[in-house]
Design a protein around this ligand. Structure first.
Ligand code: SF4
Length: 933
């Protein structure tokens, strides 16, 4: 962390001595251009130091005026320079010339790529094959632009990575409060409660980590639940190494102790929780008065005693009581978070976040100083200035009837749906996404991506080569953090802000007097950015405007010409960011110039207890108060006679009700049907899951009592992150790979003894569909009965001299028989000659082992979240096994897909709907699209 920054007024002409010239004193002149990091979604501020003599970026440091990161970054921020300078990056548009997967390409122009892809998509639209165009995104980078594009195209073609990431946690939070994420106020907390390893590796690593440490310095107690001794656990006052999948049980035991000890916030629960519904539905024998809620909850959760929690979770009973006491002493100051980890690991994992929020509610910590806010009240998404009508379509390939309550698209099931004949794709975009490598069951993805009957044309929008791009028809290079425009905001602390990513060399060139028609003219090679690409592609899709698409991408200032990003962002920053025009004017700047100079803006105002805000009488005009006290407006999702009534844009979340009556006052409330926090979820009841209406524990598919320990079965945790690596893209970062290039299997010494595993010895891990071979690390930092390996490593390339990186080994992929695939590592990292001298100095060889190929799809039947944890058999490697071997049977994986599909309770739900109207949904369609056929 820097403790001094160049003053902002010098950013256009910063002078510093050249460290490399030492001991000579050589002064260099820099322009400091702000942008934001693209290596996780936290969107931390970066300052690019552009050398005024060379015109190149010399380094990236933190941006001190960024309200979330405050000048600090993790290692991945400055490593953006590696991505800019990577000798193996893709610099020009490429088109396949051999068979798919053969690795033969020719360089083409952007015009050729746009013409060919645009003509293809336009034909699909004109032939009413809109469902055959899909955009599948890994790292979004921008909060709203793509929704605008897909709405303009009129397709339900969005697909995401979210059901391998956070669908589980989202459903648990959303069923309580409408919002799908927590936003803890760590810095002011009294208790920081983390499920997984947020501090060093988890979500929003740097902005959260710095505030967690502030909270710790201010005296907060840190509690961490993780089967692994993570860096977070090492900083915790209480570390629970609970059995994976039992976290919800522990949370319910703590919740019960809070009530039993009478250390819960009764006033808050009485005011803001739908306890009347809870009593009416679960205890109709009791009078509907609040005094009955506590006893009813104690009865409802009678089995969740500390003793039983200690047994189920495999932890100490006294420690549970102690933590419940600490939580009870910190009412109003409970800052809790869970994101991937348990929620993303287990069948029923969505109940982990639902139970965590239960504790947040009982402690009266919702939206308080030092408590936990809702993400929607700390994250700012601007309304796009040109916003087309939502699509009237529903795509069953991504939103299948079996999963009406899933939070995001069932993306991992796409290849199985294509194999099952549910549809096909004409044009499939992958954008900063490597499905073959990142998803479970990657060989099924390979089979589908290699089959032109299933995927007619695959366009990979990627800054670097990856395993999936190898099977693409077009590979189009898109920029890294310093080469593109995006706006982004995340719930990093209590407050709202917006960050602006911009192409640094274009900005520098323009300030030096240059002008650029398109960003690829300023970026390295012909690297472009998506936002301009979508504008130009939309013009090629609809060249004469007859589809109504072109006008959404046409300049308002100069009709008949494409929209420019300067014009777009001028409109957005002038009209959609409260307080920004005034702040800019105070400095004599336009809002756009303010953002280009500073890179971020903190919106004015306090975001504590937003739900308590008064709603003005004028906003209640035309509403009717229902029996629950909710002000309903006819023709909205909460009150309609026919779906046709609900015009235009439904709210992204909630049902359009503006207020709820609380003690005679109209209050803002929460975006749930009751406008309150929903202890009892009528949505769960009405949509076929009556057993899950209240927070509960669901026995995981890897529950420890089901394991055959004597036969070598263990739980594999393949999900934890390493703070210095980025999913698949860090393979193209020199420094990050030099820091982190080991990929051991964590195994407890007692397990290792029992299983006959030596330190560094090869281990075969067998799943339901195959096996992989990895090397062991005997450590007491993992719970006995559990083994773990991080999810970052195991990158490969199929050609010795193409698609190299700092972290990909050379491998072969063979299909041995129908459905049986083998990946064999031929060698790891080696030094090689290139224009970058450091490639000749690579001294590490381990590139890790790929695990995900051996995991079948296991979508949770409610949330749709892929349940990452695996019940595996662990043993020493067998004759013929080699480090990095992966063997998989895709016929077996398809059978597992069908098995998990059978666990679902398909829609439609009430009123013949495909999904509750009030649930959030990316690229939300018109209400009429919700009507099942
Ligand atoms: S936490 Fe690290 S990787 Fe994420 S945005 Fe910040 S600097 Fe980049």
């Amino acid at each position: 962390m820097l403790n001094a920054y160049p003053p902002e007024e010098n950013w256009d002409d910063h002078r510093a001595l050249d460290a490399k010239a030492w001991p000579r004193r050589v002064e260099r002149r820099f322009r400091l251009v702000p942008t934001t990091c693209f290596n996780c979604e936290a969107n931390c501020g970066l300052l690019a130091y552009v050398d005024k003599d060379t015109g190149k970026i010399a380094k990236f440091e933190g941006n001190p005026v960024h309200p979330a990161s405050r000048g600090r970054n993790c290692a991945k921020g400055p490593a953006t320079l590696n991505q800019v300078e990577d000798p193996e990056r893709i610099l020009h548009p490429m088109k396949r010339v051999g068979d798919r997967g053969e690795g033969l390409w020719e360089r083409i122009t952007w015009d050729q790529a746009l013409d060919e892809i645009g003509e293809r998509i336009g034909r699909a639209f004109r032939e009413d094959r809109r469902h055959e165009v899909m955009y599948h995104v890994g790292r979004m980078g921008d909060d709203s632009y793509m929704e605008r594009v897909l709405h303009a195209w009129g397709i339900d073609g969005h697909n995401s990575h979210t059901n391998i990431c956070s669908s589980g946690a989202r459903v648990g939070f959303a069923t309580w409060m409408g919002f799908d994420r927590p936003s803890p106020d760590f810095a002011n907390a009294r208790v920081i409660f983390l499920i997984s390893s947020h501090l060093e590796a988890g979500h929003y690593f740097n902005p959260h980590a710095q505030r967690i440490l502030e909270g710790k310095e201010n005296g907060a107690t840190i509690v961490c639940i993780d089967p692994r001794l993570s860096n977070t656990a090492s900083q915790a006052d209480h570390w629970f190494s609970a059995w994976p999948g039992t976290e919800a049980f522990l949370l319910l035991a703590i919740a019960r102790l809070l009530i039993e000890n009478d250390t819960w916030d009764r006033a808050f629960v009485e005011r803001w929780v739908n306890w009347q519904t809870f009593l009416a539905e679960t205890r109709p024998d009791l009078d509907p008065v609040f005094d009955n809620v506590g006893p009813a909850l104690l009865d409802h959760y009678a089995e969740y005693t500390p003793a039983e929690a200690a047994r189920v979770c495999g932890i100490d009973e006294d420690r549970i009581r102690e933590v419940a006491r600490v939580v009870g002493e910190g009412l109003g100051g409970f800052a809790g978070h869970t994101w991937r980890a348990a929620s993303a690991g287990n069948e029923g994992g969505w109940q982990v976040s639902r139970c965590l929020w239960f504790v947040t509610v009982l402690t009266g910590s919702v939206g308080t100083e030092g408590g936990t806010n809702a993400n929607g009240w700390n994250k700012f998404i601007p309304v796009t200035p040109i916003h087309p009508e939502p699509q009237g379509e529903w795509n069953d390939l991504t939103w299948p009837a079996e999963y009406p309550l899933t939070h995001h698209e069932l993306s991992i099931l796409l290849p199985h749906f294509l194999k099952s004949g549910r549809g096909k794709l004409d044009t499939y975009f992958t954008r900063v996404y490597n499905p073959l490598w990142t998803n479970p069951d990657g060989f099924t993805w390979l089979e589908v991506l290699a089959d032109p009957e299933k995927v007619g044309c695959h366009v990979a929008l990627t800054p670097t080569w990856n395993e999936s791009a190898w099977y693409a028809d077009y590979v189009l290079p898109m920029g890294v953090a310093s080469e593109r425009h995006d706006v982004g905001s995340f719930e990093t602390h209590n407050g709202m802000w917006i960050g602006f990513r911009q192409p640094v060399l274009r900005r520098h060139g323009e300030l030096e007097g240059g002008s650029f028609d398109r960003t690829h003219a300023a970026n390295p090679g012909e690297v472009w950015e998506e936002q301009e690409f979508w504008i130009d592609l939309s013009w090629r899709i609809d060249p004469d405007g007859s589809l109504g698409i072109r006008r959404q991408f046409e300049s308002r200032e100069n009709p008949g010409t494409p929209l420019t990003l300067d014009e777009y962002y001028t409109m957005l920053f002038e009209g959609s960011v409260p307080g920004l025009p005034e702040a800019a004017e105070a400095e004599g700047l336009t809002p756009l110039e303010y953002m280009r100079r500073k890179g971020a803006f903190a919106l004015p105002g306090d975001q504590y207890r937003v739900y308590e805000r008064d709603v003005a009488d004028a906003d209640l005009v035309g509403t009717e108060k229902d029996a629950q006290g909710v002000y309903r407006r006819p023709g909205t999702a909460g009150s309609y006679d026919s779906l046709d009534e609900i015009k235009g844009h439904m709210p992204f979340i909630g049902d359009g009700s503006p207020a709820v009556d609380i003690a005679g006052e109209a209050k803002f409330g929460f975006p749930t049907p009751s406008k309150k926090l929903e202890l009892f979820s009528e949505t769960m009841r009405d949509w076929g899951w009556p057993e899950y209406t209240t927070p509960t524990f669901i026995r995981s598919h890897v529950h420890w009592e089901d394991l055959d320990i004597a036969a070598g079965e263990r739980i594999l945790v393949p999900t934890f992150r390493i703070p210095t690596l980025i999913h698949t893209r860090s393979a193209n970062s020199e420094w990050l790979n030099e820091i982190s290039h080991r990929h051991p299997l964590w195994v407890h010494p007692s397990d290792a003894e029992e299983l006959g595993i030596e330190e560094n010895g090869l281990v075969r891990i067998t799943t339901r569909i195959g096996h992989f071979v990895i090397a062991a690390w005997r450590t007491e930092g993992i719970r006995p009965g559990v083994v773990a390996a991080s999810h970052h490593m195991g990158r490969w390339r199929l050609d010795e001299d193409k698609a190299r990186s700092w972290g990909a080994g050379k491998a072969s992929v063979e299909r041995e028989s129908d459905g049986r695939w083998r990946l064999r590592r031929e060698h790891g990292n080696q030094p090689y000659d290139s224009d970058e001298p450091d490639t000749g100095r690579i001294w590490w060889s381990d590139t890790g082992v790929h695990q995900n190929l051996t995991f079948p799809v296991q979508p949770d039947p409610v949330s749709g979240m892929h349940c990452w944890l695996q019940r595996v058999t662990v043993g020493p490697a067998q004759l013929g096994d080699a480090y990095g071997d992966v063997v998989v049977d895709t016929e077996a994986s398809h059978a597992v897909f069908e098995e998990w599909l059978a666990k679902t309770r398909p829609g439609p739900g009430p009123d013949g709907l495909r999904r509750p109207l009030w649930f959030a949904r990316p690229v939300k369609p018109k209400a009429t699209a919700y009507q099942a056929d």
